[in-house]
Design a protein. Structure first.
Length: 238
């Protein structure tokens, strides 16, 4: 289970509200789900992608094992008057739908093999998988590998199993705004994999951000998030 701390949650809320990352992501994947009545946002986290799709899809089920982001998604639905998102706290494998979903989205959630198993059991239509398309950790001074299970691995697995799919790679701006310079340090302390915190010097932190003209977010860390999108049909899983 992804460990959401209060700092991680507030940073993600600010980043999502500051830019158009989830809007662009929703525009990119929606054409594959046009006509779908009910889709699942698997491992939805704070549910920003579900919220971005809510005006285009009739019913969305967002499910996440962690209660903190699910509670925030529910609050955001109430605040925005959104009634077609059902937010479920729980293990997706233990909460199958009574009727298979018309489509499923796995956005930075699930191992490649696990995604195929869940989609085969719970979906009767289109599956969209969004994976990282980078190999080095982005928020560390040192060069730390992110792990093998990304876009390349999912691409190879589908090819090995001869499952037809579409794929594309893209970079979308998903930077981090900061309310003060101390928050820059807090952010890197949250996400850095550097064992020695002393490497996070003021000079390094200042090199990663730019000054804005905004009073609410005077600092911003630009970041082009490289992702891979893979689309396939659940009935073609072998």
């Amino acid at each position: 289970m992804y460990h959401w701390t209060p700092d991680m949650i507030r940073f993600m809320i600010d980043a999502s509200a500051y830019g158009d990352y989830h809007k662009h992501l929703a525009e990119m994947i929606f054409p594959y789900f046009s006509g779908a009545e009910h889709i699942c946002d698997a491992g939805c986290g704070l549910g920003d992608l579900s919220l971005a799709l809510s005006g285009r899809i009739s019913r969305i089920t967002g499910i996440d094992l962690n209660p903190r982001p699910i509670a925030i998604l529910r609050d955001h639905c109430v605040m925005k008057g959104i009634t077609n998102i059902r937010a479920i706290e729980g293990d997706i494998q233990l909460n199958p739908p009574q009727i298979p979903y018309d489509g499923m989205i796995f956005c930075f959630f699930g191992r490649s093999e696990e995604i195929l198993d869940i989609a085969l059991q719970q979906c009767r239509g289109t599956v969209a998988v969004i994976k990282k398309n980078y190999s080095v950790h982005r928020f560390s001074v040192g060069k730390y590998p992110t792990g093998p299970d990304g876009y390349t691995r999912m691409h190879a697995l589908l090819s090995e199993r001869r499952i037809p799919f579409e794929s594309r790679t893209v970079s979308l701006e998903f930077g981090q705004p900061f309310r003060c310079f101390e928050d820059v340090r807090t952010f890197f302390n949250c996400y850095s994999r550097d064992e020695d915190p002393d490497v996070l010097t003021d000079d390094f932190l200042r090199s990663r951000v730019i000054r804005t003209r905004r009073d609410d977010f005077p600092f911003y860390m630009p970041h082009q998030r490289r992702i891979g999108l893979i689309i396939f049909r659940s009935e073609q899983i072998k």
